[in-house]
Design a protein around this ligand. Structure first.
Ligand code: URA
Length: 207
């Protein structure tokens, strides 16, 4: 099963604030970062580490440090709302950007921008796209990433629709999806129901 449902109480509590239409943009942004930190921590649970020693004020202390190249790829524009969270956890992560625009009427995604770091073959790629709706943009972004050589790709999203999960599964069965919620489905405008509305508009106050 490629879907990893993140049921942590802090994640679920934050999701409810994001869903609430009364939550204004400033709080929405803070909550988007909070939930993304928690989701990223879950998605990166299996990152490889190597043994390391530091000297504490009391003497030598052994521990482990992360030994992996992590690349975070926000899908513009709403994925930007999740980027800082991952960089907070992993300041040395490399960042790629994929710009996809969804046609308001057909909901079909078209690419207008792509800039990815080189050498993705051995990287842990975290694609961040808060709303997995039809799955059209996710599949288009995954196409770009796999063509650029990415092999280990995880999707972080904040709400997923069964339709989007099914499409990703059909095209990219090895990609794991980390989400706190699988909602009922899509409405006739391809918005997730109950979802949280237009994530980008709520994030940037462009409603
Ligand atoms: N994008 C959004 O921002 N919200 C949805 O419900 C679907 C796609």
């Amino acid at each position: 099963m490629p879907v990893h449902l993140v049921e942590h109480p802090l994640v679920q509590d934050t999701l409810l604030v994001l869903r609430n239409q009364k939550t204004e943009a400033a709080v929405f942004r803070r909550m988007a970062t909070r939930i993304s930190v928690l989701l990223a921590a879950e998605a990166l649970r299996d990152l490889p580490t190597q043994a390391a020693t530091v000297t504490s004020p009391m003497g030598a202390a052994q521990g482990r440090r992360i030994d992996a190249d992590v690349v975070v790829v926000p899908v513009l524009r709403s994925g930007l709302g999740m980027l800082d969270a991952v960089l907070e956890l992993l300041p040395s992560a490399r960042v790629g950007h994929i710009g996809l625009q969804r046609d308001e009427l057909t909901a079909v995604a078209s690419q207008y921008y792509s800039k990815l770091p080189h050498g993705l073959e051995h990287s842990y790629v975290l694609m961040v796209d808060p709303m997995l709706a039809t799955g059209g943009s996710a599949v288009a972004a995954l196409d770009l990433l796999t063509r650029a050589g990415a092999r280990d790709i995880r999707i972080l999203c904040i709400v997923a629709a069964p339709e989007g999960i099914a499409l990703v599964e059909q095209h990219f069965p090895d990609v794991r999806i980390f989400t706190p919620a699988i909602d009922q489905g899509l409405n006739d405008r391809k918005f997730i129901v109950p979802g949280l509305g237009d994530f980008g508009d709520r994030l940037y106050g462009t409603l």
